[in-house]
Structure formats: structure tokens, C-alpha cells
Design a protein around this ligand. Sequence first.
Ligand code: UGA
Length: 458
Amino acid sequence: MSKQDDLRIAVLGLGHVGLPTALGLADLGWQVVGADDDLEKAKVIASGTAPFYEPGVEDLLRRHLDSGTFVVEHDVPAAMREATVLFVCVGTPQGADGAPDLSQIEGVARALASNLNGYKLIVEKSTTPVQTSRQIKESILRYSRSDASASPKGDSTPDFDVAVNPEFLREGTALHDFFNPDRIVLGVESERAAQLLLQVYQPLLDRMNATAESTVVLTDSNTAEIIKHASNAFLATKISFANMVADLCEATGANVEDVAHGMGMDPRIGQQFLKAGLGYGGYCLPKDIRAFIGIAEIHRVDFSLLREVERVNAGRVDRLLSKVRQSLWVVKGKEVGVWGLAFKPGTDDVREAQSLAVVRGLLEEGARLRLYDPQAMDEFRSHFGVETTGLTYCATPEDATNGAHALLVLTEWREFLDVDLAQVRDRMTVPLIIDGRNLLDPAAVRALGFECISVGRP
Ligand code: UGA
């Protein structure tokens, strides 16, 4: 029997992080049981369908359901009892006060307290504030003491470790990121936990021709938790910085893309996340930066730098709306085409997408909107409600431009580059494109007779 046959892994929570993680681990040869207390979602996944759009996930899901390396368990406590290593991937949504709502994490800890049938390594993968891992440990101890079933004699200390292994999966490239990590961060409090996690990731290191020395950051739990939040906060900071530079470029006739390129050639700065546009959205960056500001405040650390990052980001939508106003003069009664609703390409996710604020703003000003996105139409519709007056959901990108006085690009889907813009120009009432993501080549667009306004480009 190989080591991989001995060790069973459970992934608790099968969302955008949990499902790709579970399938990635199964693909590495581990026996993985995935569990989710959303019964409907668990059933959909068990039938071989991904409950959200994420490239490659459905193929891998079918393959590993067929081979039996991945099974779905509807009963979360049963999955806890079946496995030794438990990856906790439940949601940590933003609560009413802006701080993360950790009730799902606490729920897992309490359930674990009554399902500790032998040693367990509990691995926190969900993004949580520093010191959450310690809280998980204390919570398990507290509830297992009050639960006789956790300990047959009622007096022995349960045998478990809690570790932190933050995820760095981007939506739209989650599987690619799982199989090609820049780093694997392991925050552990015991040698046993360290060894077990290294064992879990060894097949991935082998596949990458990498070593633990080159890829693994072995540290303590608090540090691992801060690495995750600090990484997302820094990415958001880079984006807001690039957007301020774009404003300066607009004021002076410089080109933000060349500026970003010129800056990014310095390896200390790097090319990535310097793309100016409509700013960051999604389920992670906005929520994580808020959480990190809150953590700093709790610990009396003045991280007001991050408040500025947020302020700049929120201002991107106003800036786009003022470009619309400047171009159309009167927005009321105008027909506006919108290309792209997802918070970024490659996903159907519209959570905290900038498109929500843009569409809301234009509706308030009395515009009528024709919307198109290759993946996110249903998600967007469910946020706005089918009956919202002033919104038309279109079947093609061309449709969205029919009779429009302006076309807005809000998500940089590559497929928009394949649309015949000459045809689009003929469909529009006014050939005006406001490119919020610098997707299109302004010179080429202008050569076709459009007025083209983009971000930080002359
Ligand atoms: C982000 C991080 O990039 C992942 O490393 C992390 O694991 C994940 O959050 C998470 O915490 O789970 P994700 O939310 O999928 O991933 O999206 P990003 O690719 O980071 O993009 C976030 C937003 O920033 C998007 O709206 C995107 O359009 C915007 N963005 C990104 C820019 O405006 N400019 C850029 O240069 C890059």
C-alpha cells in the first residue's frame, strides 16, 4: 500500500477555492472527499457539474469522479471522520460591520470537536484574520471538553493540529494556479503538522520539478495568515497606484501603459497588477483589504495607506461615469451598450464587480442599458432582478450596441477583440467607445471612425 492510499483528505466547503483545491489534490493522486453543507450544491457537483464557471474544473471533476479519487459527501461530519487531513475552505464573507463573518469557520470547529475519531490535521485555507487558527484550536478544545463523545473517557485531550495554508488561486485560472504555485505557505505549530503537509504537497513539488526549499515557506500560523492578507492588500495597492498614475497621464498627455511597462521592467516592481482601468472588484481584494484595515485597527496600527487605496478604487467608477457625462452631455434617455459584467475575464462572478456600480449609476441618471457578457449574464441578472426597467440583456456583443449612443467596455474579455467593429459602428447611433479596461487599440478604433476614450492613454 502506498503512502497515498493511507492518507485520506477532506475538503470542507466546495466553492471557488474548495472545489479546485479538492480536484487538484485528487489529481495529485490523493483520495479526496469533498463536503459542503449546501445539499443542492453537493448534489450538482456529485453529478459532475461545476456550480460556477471556472475553466477546466468540470473536466477534472468528471475525470476524478469517474476514477473514484474524488467523492462528494453530503454529510460534512461524516467527511470529517473519514479523513486525517481536513482542508477548511468555507466562506468568510464580509459581515455587517465590515469585519469578516467567521461563523462558518466556527461552525466547522464546533462540528470537528464532536468528530475527532483519531488524529486530525485541520488546515485553514479560507482567508481569515491573523490569530484565527488559534481561535479554531481553542474552539475545538472548548467544545470537545463539553462533548463527551469527543473523548471516550471524557478526560483525555483530543489529538489534533491546526495549520494555515493560504490559497493564492485567482478566479478564472484557479487550476493553473493550484498546479503552478509561486509559493506554498505552510503555517504550522508542530513538526507533525509540517511533515504531513509536506507529504501532501510532495507530489505537486515533484510534478513541478521543484523542491520544498525553493517553493515552500514554512512558518508559524500567525505569519501565514498575515502573508495572505498582506499579499491581497499589496496587489490592491499596486492597482490603485497604477490608477492614480493613469489620472496623471490623462492630465499631461502621457501614456499609462508605457509608464507601467517602463516601471515594471525593474524586477523590484514587476509588470503585473499595474494595469490601470476601472479598479479592482471580486470576492477577494475588496473584502480582504477591508478585513486587513480592521485587523490593523484592532491592534492599534495606523494602516491608513490602505484606506487611500480603497478610496482611489471607489473613485474609478465616478471617473468613468463622468467620462460618459462629458461625452453624452445629457445621459437621461440615452441608450448605452455595455460589454463585460464579470469582475474580470474568465469568470461568471459579479460579486463586488465594478460593473454593478456603473450600471446602477447610469440607471439613476436615466440611461437605458444594453448588457452583454460571455459568462456573467445570469449572475448579473440575479443581482439586479429580471424586471429592472432600463436593462436589456443581449444575446451577442453586437446586439448590445444596437442604437447605442455609447459603448462601455467594463471587462476585458478577449472575445471582444474578435467583434467586427465596423459592423458595430454601423449599428450605433453615435460611434463612441469608452474603454474602461484599455482593451481596444485606440488608434485602430479611431481609424474606423469611432471616438475612443480610454484610461490614461492619449
Ligand atoms: C485574488 C488574488 O489575485 C489571488 O492571488 C488570491 O488567491 C485571490 O484573490 C483570493 O484571495 O482568493 P481574484 O480575486 O481572482 O484573485 O482576482 P485578481 O486576478 O486578483 O483581480 C482582482 C481585480 O483586480 C479584478 O477586478 C481585476 O480586473 C483587477 N485588476 C487586476 C486590475 O484592475 N488591474 C490589474 O493590473 C490587475
